[in-house]
Design a protein around this ligand. Structure first.
Ligand SMILES: Cc1ncc(COP(=O)(O)O)c(C=O)c1O
Length: 475
């Protein structure tokens, strides 16, 4: 066999990676090239024959870099996107290098063991029971889907219906209740699960997007059929954390009229679940442990590389019934479930390994420090902005999200707020993104990067205020 040239392409990739990472805090955050330019840059016919790997990698780097958005800059505040930590990134490289298919437990013992320990660390860090089931999936959308699939299984089992073998057709109708701020990812999960997104009954929320427990009590009353309630630990706009104790009390009352297991409470914690590690923020999550399942993202506030989400349930049997696979050629071990039994994929990437490495390098104290510092940075950002003329902070900062509106001298935000955002993004020092809130436009600033500090936040605030002042002068 001809020995492949690993050194050439890997050295080129490592050099390019180092250059990118060393400069990412100083370069403009917006891409230099737009989509049309990048389509043109990569547009060429399928090569008719082979090329040297080094040539391919050098070409890839040269064409790619102009179109990269610097998401792993500490002043990237778009959507809810973290950066990558050194340990998590290096571990992610090794996951690709080792090329383990991590769907079965015993054939790939290293990755199985690492993911097993990572799952235990997550339970310990966030305070879940030691028998909670954990599945590593691709992101928050899939984590919601996995939890809701387990919920669908359990609430239908409680009514004597085996959805895994019989499907939904002809079975008891499942009611699903959320809020008018339930994330679109939950709707997508309901579509995929055959429940349909229009099944979601949307209960009113308060000014910070938290579900109204009294309105929930009214919504859940009625026939004791299969019932799933989905709430949030961190609204995507406001970071609002639902009042779990009040919600769980409502459901405890309802459970008395349902068969055991017929009611399931799910928490979508894509944005905020990691804040449960913080003793300072933990009181805001009081009662969260009374839920049946929780989903979160590691690629948001834990700052692992994409793509990594986590589905956690208190009902391992339902979780496993929904996802286990059998086959004469599969290796099934009685002592340990296959990692693929907790996730939709059969062949799967060992995406729990970068989680393990990130947690190993930060430790409990490091996760708490990142969460508390970035929360503090979001509070600082809101305070600095709110003190300014023509600037209104629209949310109560519970976690790492700040919603802000800019008005011109005539009191108009409709064009002024998007203009301020566009100017800041074009300038390149900071990169918040947009939101619609309370019938008008808003700028959303997410402080999710593990390294964001006072200097970064002050530069972001300065960029926003300069654009606001400049555009007010010409309005
Ligand atoms: C509350 C909430 N749930 C789910 C998701 C979907 O997560 P992902 O993009 O990782 O699929 C998001 C994404 O921002 C979110 O904010």
């Amino acid at each position: 066999m001809q020995r492949p040239d690993w050194q050439g392409p890997l050295d080129l990739a490592a050099t390019a990676a180092r250059r990118w990472l060393d400069g990412v805090g100083d370069r403009p955050i917006r891409p230099d090239a737009d989509l049309a330019e990048q389509l043109a840059a990569f547009d060429r016919p399928l090569p008719s024959g082979p090329s040297a790997a080094s040539t391919v990698v050098a070409d890839l780097v040269a064409r790619a870099e102009p179109g990269l958005l610097a998401i792993n800059s500490p002043r990237f505040h778009g959507w809810v996107m973290g950066g990558v930590t050194p340990a998590g990134l290096a571990a992610d490289w090794l996951v690709s290098t080792w090329d383990q298919n991590a769907g079965m437990a015993t054939p790939t013992p290293t990755t199985t063991a690492i993911e097993h320990v990572a799952a235990r660390w997550i339970r310990e860090l966030l305070g879940f029971d030691e028998d909670a089931s954990v599945g590593f999936v691709t992101g928050g959308t899939m984590a919601n889907l996995v939890c809701l699939a387990a919920a669908r299984d359990a609430v239908l089992q409680a009514h004597g219906w085996d959805v895994e073998s019989r499907g939904l057709v002809g079975g008891p109708a499942v009611r699903v209740i959320g809020s008018d701020h339930t994330h679109t990812a939950v709707g997508k999960a309901l579509r995929i699960l055959g429940l349909g997104q229009d099944r979601l009954v949307r209960v009113n929320t308060d000014a910070n997007a938290r579900i109204d427990p009294d309105a929930l009590a009214t919504a859940v009353a009625g026939a004791p059929g299969p019932l799933i309630v989905t709430v949030q630990a961190g609204d995507v706009h406001t970071g609002g954390i639902d009042h779990f104790d009040a919600i769980a009390d409502v459901l405890d009352d309802v459970r008395e009229h349902h068969p055991p297991g017929g009611v399931w409470l799910h928490v979508d914690g894509a944005v905020g679940l990691w804040a449960m590690a913080s003793p300072r923020l933990r009181p805001s999550f009081a009662g969260v442990e009374r839920a049946d399942s929780w989903s979160t993202d590691a690629h948001k506030w834990l700052n692992t590389p994409y793509d990594c989400g986590i589905a956690i349930t208190r009902h391992a049997a339902a979780h496993r019934r929904a996802f286990s696979m059998a086959g004469d050629y599969l290796v099934i071990d009685e002592a340990m479930a296959n990692p693929g039994d907790w996730a939709p994929e059969m062949s799967r990437r060992a995406r729990g390994v970068p989680v393990w490495a990130t947690l190993a390098s930060l430790g409990r104290a490091g996760v708490v420090e990142v969460v508390e510092r970035t929360h503090h940075m979001a509070v600082r950002c809101a305070r600095l902005l709110d003190a300014q003329d023509g600037v209104e902070v629209l949310n109560e900062v519970e976690l790492n999200q700040v919603l802000v509106r800019f008005v011109d001298d005539a009191g108009e935000a409709t064009t002024h707020t998007p203009a301020v955002l566009a100017a800041v993004q074009a300038d390149g020092v900071a990169y918040p993104t947009h939101a619609a809130w309370g019938g008008g436009p808003a700028v959303r600033i997410s402080v999710s990067h593990w390294a964001t500090d006072t200097d970064d936040v002050d530069r972001t605030v300065a960029a926003l205020l300069q654009a606001h002042a400049r555009l007010r002068a010409v309005d």
